[in-house]
Design a protein around this ligand. Structure first.
Ligand code: TYD
Length: 195
């Protein structure tokens, strides 16, 4: 049953995480939950790479637009006045373009994290997407404060410190995308976890 301990996920520290000096803090929170870093690298992403990372299908883009629109509804702000459209696909496309600007604005740190329930654990440690809704005790809740309302007015993506894969399937795809099929992924035993 040891394969349960070999679940892998992809975690990336975004520009604001790097520029706020949170690399160590983020790694610490992963390691202290008995998860191990099996690959890690700092690099500068190109716009093409970031565009390849985020899904291109209209379902995903519309869903991103829907999530953004829900904040407008919540705060009773007219999206047409702010963004020139109320269409979820159009808004999703705008947010996607802002994400590319944001993710190429400073170096990123890419990681593969391995351990029991790695995908769900890392999502839990990161906290939900929007910092203003993230609980204290999560990375996003403890170290960031942002919302789509302000972000969209400033024509930028929400700054939320990290990206973490949402499902095992997404993790497999993202690990291959960022580290290649035979990426530099290491195998070692964590004391107290693997033996
Ligand atoms: P999403 O995949 O919903 O979140 P997560 O990163 O938690 O998997 O969204 C991708 C990114 O899009 C998110 O990290 C920040 C950005 N974003 C905005 O800029 N505005 C928004 O309204 C939403 C929902 C996301």
């Amino acid at each position: 049953m040891s394969h349960f301990k070999e679940e892998k996920t992809f975690l990336m520290i975004k520009p604001d995480g790097v520029q706020k000096g949170l690399i160590g803090e983020i790694i610490k929170r992963i390691e202290q939950r008995d998860l191990k870093i099996v690959a890690i690298e700092m690099f500068q992403a190109t716009p093409e790479q970031v565009s390849g990372h985020y899904p291109k299908d209209e379902v995903w883009i519309s869903r991103l637009g829907d999530k953004t629109l829900s904040t407008y509804t919540k705060y009773n702000i007219d999206p047409i006045k702010e963004l020139g459209t109320g269409n979820n696909l159009e808004i999703g496309k705008m947010v996607r373009a802002w994400l590319i600007d944001y993710m190429t604005s400073a170096p990123l740190v890419r990681m593969v994290v391995q351990g029991l329930h790695a995908v769900d654990m890392v999502r839990k440690i990161a906290g939900p997407t929007l910092p203003y809704l993230a609980d204290m005790g999560t990375i996003r809740g403890d170290f960031s404060n942002d919302s789509p309302i302000l972000g969209n007015i400033e024509k930028r993506a929400v700054m939320n410190l990290v990206h973490a894969s949402e499902t095992a399937e997404e993790a497999k795809h993202e690990i291959e995308f960022w580290f290649g099929q035979k990426g530099n992924i290491f195998d070692y035993k964590r004391f107290g976890v693997d033996r």
